[in-house]
Design a protein around this ligand. Structure first.
Ligand code: DGJ
Length: 728
């Protein structure tokens, strides 16, 4: 790892583990992007930019028709002075104009990585990372734009963000402030995005880049189920195992925009950051604006390489707290078992059945607080419902503890029900705009977390509950997107700051609560995986991957999610049949095998299981405890994609390659089906592996190159099979 500035060439060369990222200063301080890809020992710019006269591309230098910003590969492009592609930022001056001109002013290189004020971001110690700070300046405005780049010794990532510092005398208005922009010299890529919907998160979609702009974005006030703040450019021949892939992932949970623009000269500009749609930010003199961080990740070995890098990187440099490296408990959640219809005895009954099966944590989901008998009331009134729980939470938690289980609780702190005491007392505490109808969703409104008084009250209410009982786990839900986005405390010129200020407020509340309760395991949730993003992962080490618990649907959801996120972040439960989301019947075995490929949990009424089913569940839990560390923290390899066919497979290998767990799933039975086999990955070719529970021993190279046969006695729809290997 090194960052070098070459005086003579005026290049900045950032060398990560096996990647290089190079910028160069052009004449008069324009900062250009030169290279990003495989590591280069000594960059001398063999493939340097050529300057030619381009028709209809204006020239900032009088009489030099060969120089135009319109064809220059730029590092942080501006608007208004000859580049007609999309800029990375745009600023409005007091005179109404929107043209700025940034030139290089200075730079510094230092070890470690600075924190980003008020925002989640990747972190690093002094030895494991190095940072380059390039200060660009518009001297007319005395505006400094500081470009931050951090590289990491063990990973092929560049973490980028930008600070806008208004050192001048006039008030500036940021209209756009991207976190990163990269100009590629070529456009022969495919673009990968991760669209979805509620119950269908993070599916994978790949399409060829076309001339013009293609984008993915959220305007919903959250990163969302519908789009994910990630895009990748892939070489045409890139697959799971091979080819170059350039990924962009935003550490942010609000409105975002990620776009790729293919221009007239077949170059590609990728821009990522806060969505400029309905965003402005007033920057008074002496104020600074910090953008969220974008993680740029490179792989020369396909999508598998992207996942290997991000899993390790997020695990080591984003996830924090006591649970970062700890095995996660197997839980039973009462949501699909009872919905709102429970009392303490019913809960204790389910917990007892769980404890007899080896489950370690009971999670009391929605419905435990004042008058919350349906999803239309009481959010914000975080006080125990004494009708359902007459002896309170402490008593219930203790009863659960006596069964040898931990106790966890559900909250939805960012919301208020219209039918709640909180809303009746403070009708102006929600996001809204004057004189307009407040659009409800699930009969609730969004609290205005840009307001400090609102944040303080919610922090107090949640903290009081957490202090009132032995609660060691919190499921932090968020069940609607933002409408009528406005805040009653912001002046008119700052109304378009509301969405971002709200997210900053959400982060502040999460920071406060998670810091005050460091021993609590927090699981984020947003109607399932609507906010499974790197911003939230910084505060909460795991997320509820999807409300869709159907084993077949989960194959695509978990496969897609695994592209970016460590397995230890993925909550995955066995639920009842017919499944509550898609009404499908799948076997308990397959439901278990799918859920075991994440943080295993159960979400059904265990008291209603037959003794045969209880035996199967007991067996699942016993097996999972043996492979839990391997699954949650091992290396993860995708073997067969549910997006490409009827079969899915993936596997987990420990760091020393002495143990592996392989899962195979087939959705539908086929007539005249081919005899299926599976080739493994990540094993040690020189080692021999025993298949646990059998006398079969095979070498790692044989299992990788020749593969293993799928048993022919797997018959019917929705079947699965697992192998547990140990090196001899
Ligand atoms: C949405 C979550 O995703 C569910 O698991 C459950 O907690 C409900 N909210 C409760 O309202």
């Amino acid at each position: 790892m090194a960052i070098r500035y070459d005086e003579e060439q005026r290049t900045f060369h950032l060398q990560g583990k096996s990647t290089s990222y190079v910028m160069q200063l052009e004449r008069d301080g324009y900062l250009t992007h030169q290279y990003w890809g495989r590591k280069i020992r000594q960059f001398r710019n063999s493939n340097r930019q050529q300057y030619i006269d381009r028709s209809f591309s204006p020239n900032p230098y009088h009489r030099d028709r060969t120089f135009t910003l319109d064809a220059l590969p730029q590092e942080y492009p501006q608007y208004g002075n000859s580049d007609f592609r999309k800029p990375a930022y745009q600023i409005q001056l007091e005179n109404g104009s929107t043209v700025t001109d940034l030139r290089y002013k200075s730079h510094r290189i230092f070890s470690g990585k600075p924190k980003l004020a008020g925002l989640p971001a990747t972190y690093a110690g002094q030895e494991s990372a190095e940072t380059l700070e390039i200060t660009m300046e518009d001297d007319l405005l005395q505006l400094e734009v500081v470009l931050l780049y951090t590289i990491f010794s063990q990973y092929d990532v560049v973490a980028r963000s930008v600070q806008f510092c208004n050192n001048g005398k006039q008030k500036l208005k940021l209209l756009q402030a991207a976190s990163a922009s990269v100009d590629f010299h070529r456009s022969d890529f495919d673009m990968l995005t991760m669209p979805g919907a509620w119950g269908k998160e993070r599916h994978l979609e790949r399409r060829a880049l076309q001339a013009g702009i293609q984008s993915t974005e959220s305007t919903r006030g959250a990163s969302s189920h519908q789009q994910h703040p990630f895009i990748a450019l892939m070489e045409k021949h890139a697959t799971e195992e091979q080819g170059e892939v350039f990924g962009f992932h935003l550490v942010y949970s609000g409105n975002f925009l990620a776009q790729a623009e293919v221009d007239q000269f077949a170059t590609t500009r990728v821009t990522m950051g806060i969505n400029p749609f309905d965003f402005t930010w007033v920057l008074e003199p002496n104020e600074t604006f910090q953008t969220p961080e974008a993680v740029l990740v490179y792989s020369a070995v396909g999508l598998g390489g992207i996942s290997q890098t991000l899993h390790g990187f997020y695990q080591q440099h984003l996830v924090r707290g006591e649970y970062r490296d700890k095995e996660r408990p197997i839980l039973i959640n009462n949501w699909e078992a009872t919905y709102f219809d429970f009392d303490a005895d019913k809960i204790e009954g389910i917990a007892k059945a769980g404890s007899e099966l080896g489950i370690e944590l009971f999670v009391l989901d929605d419905g435990w607080f004042k008058k919350r008998n349906s999803d239309s009331t009481s959010l914000g009134d975080w006080f125990v419902d004494k009708t359902k729980l007459p002896n309170g939470l402490e008593d219930l938690a203790k009863r659960v503890n006596e069964l040898g289980m931990q106790f966890g609780l559900w909250f939805e702190p960012e919301m208020v029900s219209v039918d709640s005491d909180l809303y009746r007392e403070h009708p102006d505490w929600c996001l809204h705009v004057p004189d307009r109808y407040r659009t409800e969703s699930r009969d609730q409104l969004v609290l205005d977390f840009s307001r400090q008084d609102v944040r303080q009250e919610i922090i107090k209410r949640v903290a009081d509950i957490l202090e009132s009982a032995p609660i060691t786990y919190v499921k932090w839900d968020m069940n609607r997107h933002l409408s009528e986005v406005g805040s009653s405390l912001l002046p008119h010129e700052r109304q378009r700051e509301t969405a971002h200020r709200h997210i900053l407020g959400v982060y502040e509340v999460m920071d406060e609560i998670t810091s005050r309760f460091p021993n609590v395991l927090f699981e984020s949730c947003s109607g399932g995986g609507g906010r499974h993003d790197p911003g939230i992962l910084y505060y909460m080490p795991q997320a509820w991957t999807s409300d869709n618990t159907d084993a077949v649907e989960r194959l695509k959801i978990q496969y897609g999610t695994s592209l970016l996120y460590p397995i230890s972040s993925m909550g995955s439960h066995v639920s009842d049949v017919p499944n509550h989301q898609v009404h499908r019947f799948t076997s308990l075995e397959m439901r278990g095998d799918v859920a075991m490929a994440g943080n295993l949990g159960y979400e059904l009424d265990l008291t209603k299981l037959t003794s045969e089913e209880k035996e199967i569940v007991k067996q699942q839990i016993t097996s999972y405890k043996k492979i839990r560390r391997l699954v949650q923290f091992g290396r993860f390899y995708r073997l067969k994609s549910p997006f490409e066919g009827n079969e899915t497979a993936w596997m987990f290998v420990d760091e020393d390659k002495t143990e592996a767990f392989i899962c195979y799933y087939r959705v539908l039975a086929e007539p005249a089906a081919p005899l299926a086999s599976l080739r493994m990955k990540g094993l040690d070719g020189a080692k021999d592996y025993r298949i646990i529970g059998t006398s079969e021993i095979y070498s790692g190279d044989e299992l990788e190159y020749s593969g293993i046969r799928i048993p022919t006695d797997l018959v019917g729809d929705f079947v699965s099979y697992t192998w547990h290997l140990k090196a001899e």
